[in-house]
Every structure is written in structure tokens, then in C-alpha cells.
Design a binder for this molecule. Structure first.
Ligand code: NA7
Length: 524
């Protein structure tokens, strides 16, 4: 029997394997893809790029690694991140314990975990660690007629590995989340005609991507210790704090100046312009109106601009996209915007897509329709604990303790599980925190001659309350169409899934729990 099985070889799985080896444990990583990289293995759509800045969207656990790796742009493109993760796999000699093209279908606890793969093979381990990601279960809407579409269709998160060429084609894109907003300007460069099918207009801020010059790279490498410490101190794992000032206390003219400077700086840093943007509706309205003004200024056709204006959610209450030329794309003569909230999609036809307003002829259709977030990847595996299946337990929405364990599922650790703050943060920072905590816990068990750990139901209920209360202190639950709430997947229970109390606070809670002999867990 192995000490541990890890499912997934993205950021989480690679680092988990490295730490397990450091504890002298035998571990096997099982990865569904034909390569390592997780999110960055699958998401190869045109324009795919990380919205966190490159030099901190990376591992901090090894100083030599961060000193030797060179990022080329402010925001790394998908191939660059994939190359980085492959480099990590080689540098730490991880591949010998990673099995690729191996999809796990079930995991059953019976005094240890028995994991079954798609090919029917069984493996046994004392501990099971899921590193399956939060955004890895593609959400393809169940539209009638898709099987008779004569053109090619794609989901952005399952993009083919060979080049897709849209030259001369009439392309449709459904979805204007972060992914659609990255892909639309790039697809527009190639396509003969691009039709964007928009259900909910979105806020977006210019990314202001640019190559990283030598001077910047040198200064980052010299300051890495300080940058990493800052990332761990902030609520969202990025190396910047929110402004101490409130928008509501700032006179309108000064406020506009601050927003303008933040707009020029670009990217996710725009959110940091004021302290109260996610806690006060009045404050948020000022940011929302600033962005709506920018959209009105950018998009030349006032009717198109009007259709692009987000009104249904506060700014940043859904994951805020950042873009390179997104709104500008609607000024191009071969790009059109269709409002599928006003005239819903009826079906896919042989030659295109039909809404209640008419048919749009298409040669290719791109679903930028997101993911069955956070719970989807875990429920895609038939996981059975001491009292039944995870699917039954989560019928009305996910429950768990710290997003790391679920009562009734001993020795199962869920990296970035529902109830963890990860998706509201710079992912690698949360992942390192989760994995470090799990490694500390496993060392504790070993050092105390213990073999089993399980969250109690009481601790799980208390954490559920904490997650709800943290969300309710923010405007996040007000975005009714957000994947944070499961609202993008028909029939999914509406439960706000991430912990919104901030990564630094969360990490302190996790440390305190460990120090108090793993309070809320049963150890035996
Ligand atoms: P998102 O953010 O979930 O966006 C999906 C988009 O697709 C969004 O605009 C949805 O509209 C739209 N959508 C979903 N289903 C449909 C149907 N059936 N009809 C029309 N439009 C639909 O996914 P992304 O991939 O962009 O981003 C996911 C995360 O990846 C992102 O937040 C980052 O963290 C990285 P809706 O808003 O639901 O009305």
C-alpha cells in the first residue's frame, strides 16, 4: 500500500508530490491529461493567459527555482506557464511518480483508500489527496441540436492540441467571462466574421500587458523574499494591499483621479483603488459607473455600448476579467454582439445558432461557458467514505472543514476544496499554503504514531457558518449569476462556495487549529 495517492498534476499535485517525498512518504500522482500542467495543460484557447502577474503566479518554495526562471511578459501566456510547470516537474525529478493519461473514476475508503482508474486498475493508499483544481470540469450547455452542427465546436477548457485556424470562418463565441474576454479579441484577428453571444455583460479592466524588461526582472529577483512575504500577508495572495482609503469618503473629483490612475495601471490591481469596493454598495457603484463610462467612451456604436454595460452585479462580485482590447473589438466591422438574455438561444442548427430573434450562420462555435466550479471536479469522481458518497453528502451544496477535509471521509485532503479561499486569491499562493498545512499535518500524524484523521461534523458545520458569514460581509453574494454560487450550472445548488475572509486570516486560522492539536479533527 502506498502512503499517498495524489489526483492531478497541476500546480497543486506537483507541489504535493514534492512535499510528500520530503516527508519520506511513497506517493503516486495520477493525472488524466497526457502531460502535466492541469489548467495550463487543458486551456489552450486563443488568448489564454493568466490574469495574475507572472513573477508572483509561481512557486515560492524554492529560491533557486524563482531565481533561475525568467518570465517574459507581465501576464504569462498559457504555453509559458505550461513550460514552467514542465520545468518544475523535471527540476524536482517528479515525473517518475506521475502517471499520465490515467483518469480516476472512483475512490473508496475502507481502512485506506482504494482508487480505481478508467482502465479498471486499482491502487491502494493510506491517504488520498485531491489536486483536481477548481475550474477543470467543463460546462458545455445542453443546447438542443449541437450533435447536428455541421461546423466544428470547442470548449475553451478542452481546446485541441493542434492549431485551430479560424481564417476565413464565421465564428460564434458563447460567453463573456474572463475566458471569453481573453479569447474574443484574438479570435476576431482571424475570423471572417465573429458573433459574440452575450448573456450577462461584464466589467473588464485593461490588463496593460507588456514585456518585462531586464531592470524589472533583476529587481524582482533581488526582492523575492519581501514580495513573497507580502503575498502571504494580504487577503488575496497578490503582492499588493488595498488602498487604506474609502471611495465613499473621497470627493468625486479626487475619486475619479484615483480610478483613472488605477485604470492606467491596469489589471487586477484596479480593485485595490479603494478599500470599500467590495463592502459598500455605494462605493462599488462609483467604480461600476467609472467602468461603464469607459465602455461608453470606447465603443463607438451607442447601441452596442449600451448592450455591453454591466448592470446585474456589483463590480468584482463576479471574478473580474481583465483584457487586451476587448471593448475595442466591438468597433471592428466584422464583429457583432447578440444579446441572448433578450432573445435566448433556442437551438444549434446544422448551419449555425438560432435564438428567438433569428438564425446566425456559423462555421465554428466556441463555448467560453466556464466550468462546474469547485465541486464539479470532485463529484466527477465517485468518492465514498464511511457513511456513503460525496455526491449524496453534497446534494444540497458542499460542506467541509477549511475546504481541506470532509467529515465521513477520513484521510482525504482536498487541496483548494469548496470552503477554501483559493479561487478568490492568486492560486499558487493558496495552493502552497494548503499543501504546506497538509504536509505539517501528515508529519504530526507520523510523529505521534497516528494513522487516521477526519474532520468532525461539528467543525464542518461551524466552518460552513464562517464561510457564509464571511461572504455576507462582502458584496460577493450579490452577483446572482456567479460561478462562486454555482449559478452558471443549471440545477446546481446555490451555495456561496469560497471562503471570503481573506487568505492571510485563513492561514492564521489553519495554523492555530494545528497548534491546538488539530482542533475540529478526530485523530486516531
Ligand atoms: P465564467 O466566468 O463562468 O463565464 C462563462 C460565460 O458563459 C458567462 O458569460 C456566462 O453567462 C456564459 N454562459 C454560460 N452558460 C451559458 C449559456 N447556456 N448560454 C449563454 N451564455 C452562457 O467562465 P470563464 O471560463 O470565462 O472563467 C472561469 C474562470 O477561469 C474565471 O473566473 C477565472 O477565475 C479563470 P452568465 O454570466 O452565466 O450569464
Amino acid at each position: 500500500m502506498l502512503d499517498a495517492i495524489v489526483i492531478g498534476a497541476g500546480f497543486s499535485g506537483l507541489y504535493a508530490l514534492h512535499r510528500l517525498r520530503g516527508l519520506g512518504m511513497s506517493a503516486q500522482v495520477l493525472e488524466a491529461g497526457d502531460g502535466v500542467g492541469g489548467t495550463w495543460y487543458w486551456n489552450r484557447y486563443p488568448g489564454a493567459r493568466c490574469d495574475s502577474e507572472s513573477y508572483y503566479y509561481s512557486f515560492s518554495f524554492d529560491d533557486d527555482l524563482q531565481q533561475e526562471w525568467r518570465w517574459s511578459e507581465r501576464y504569462p501566456r498559457q504555453p509559458e506557464i505550461l513550460a514552467y510547470l514542465n520545468h518544475v516537474a523535471d527540476r524536482f525529478d517528479l515525473r517518475r511518480d506521475i502517471r499520465l493519461s490515467t483518469r480516476v473514476t472512483s475512490a473508496v475508503f475502507d481502512d485506506g483508500w482504494t482508487v480505481t482508474t478508467e482502465s479498471g486498475e486499482r491502487l491502494r493508499a493510506r491517504f488520498l489527496i485531491t489536486a483536481v483544481g477548481c475550474l477543470s470540469s467543463a460546462n458545455v450547455p445542453d443546447l438542443p441540436g449541437l450533435d447536428r452542427f455541421a461546423g466544428d465546436w470547442y470548449h475553451t477548457g478542452r481546446w485541441p492540441h493542434e492549431d485551430v485556424d479560424f481564417t476565413g470562418k464565421r465564428v460564434g463565441v458563447i460567453g463573456t467571462g474572463s475566458t471569453g474576454i481573453q479569447a474574443i479579441p484574438v479570435i476576431a484577428e482571424q475570423a471572417a466574421h465573429l458573433t459574440v453571444f452575450q448573456r450577462t455583460p461584464n466589467f473588464s479592466v485593461p490588463a496593460r500587458n507588456a514585456p518585462l524588461d531586464e531592470e524589472f526582472q533583476t529587481s524582482v529577483r533581488a526582492r523575492y523574499a519581501e514580495i513573497r512575504a507580502l503575498q502571504r500577508e494580504t487577503g488575496n495572495g497578490h503582492p499588493f494591499h488595498l488602498s487604506p482609503h474609502n471611495a465613499v469618503d473621497t470627493p468625486p473629483e479626487k475619486r475619479r483621479e484615483v480610478y483613472e490612475a488605477a485604470w492606467q495601471r491596469g489589471g487586477l490591481r484596479f480593485r485595490a483603488a479603494f478599500n470599500d469596493l467590495l463592502s459598500s454598495e455605494e462605493a462599488n457603484d462609483t467604480a461600476a459607473e467609472f467602468i461603464r463610462d469607459k465602455i461608453r467612451e470606447t465603443v463607438r456604436d451607442p447601441e452596442v455600448a449600451e448592450r455591453l454595460l454591466p448592470h446585474d452585479h456589483p463590480f468584482a462580485a463576479k471574478r473580474p476579467p481583465i483584457d487586451t482590447g476587448y471593448f475595442e473589438t466591438y468597433n471592428r466591422p466584422h464583429v457583432s454582439l447578440v444579446d441572448v438574455r433578450a432573445a435566448p438561444i433556442v437551438e444549434i442548427t446544422r448551419d449555425g445558432l438560432r435564438t428567438t430573434a433569428g438564425e446566425y450562420p456559423l462555421d465554428a462555435l466556441v463555448f467560453a461557458t466556464g466550468f462546474d466550479a469547485m465541486t464539479g471536479p470532485l463529484l466527477g469522481i465517485d468518492i465514498r467514505g464511511t457513511g456513503g458518497s460525496l455526491a449524496d453528502k453534497w446534494r444540497d451544496g458542499p460542506v467541509g472543514y477549511l475546504g481541506l477535509q470532509v467529515a465521513g471521509f477520513p484521510n482525504l485532503f482536498t487541496i483548494t476544496g469548496p470552503g477554501s479561499p483559493s479561487v478568490l486569491t492568486n492560486m499558487p499562493t493558496s495552493i502552497e499554503q494548503h499543501v504546506d498545512w497538509i504536509a505539517r499535518c501528515l508529519r504530526h500524524l507520523r510523529d505521534h504514531g497516528l494513522s487516521r484523521i477526519e474532520a468532525t461534523e461539528r467543525a464542518e458545520r461551524a466552518w460552513g457558518r464562517e464561510v457564509r458569514e464571511a461572504a455576507d460581509r462582502t458584496l460577493l453574494p450579490k452577483a446572482r449569476s456567479s460561478w462562486y454560487l454555482g449559478a452558471n450550472v443549471p440545477g446546481k445548488p446555490r451555495v456561496f462556495m469560497p471562503y471570503a475572509g481573506g487568505l492571510a486570516h485563513y492561514a492564521r486560522l489553519c495554523d492555530d487549529i494545528a497548534t491546538r492539536d488539530y482542533e475540529g479533527f478526530r485523530l486516531s
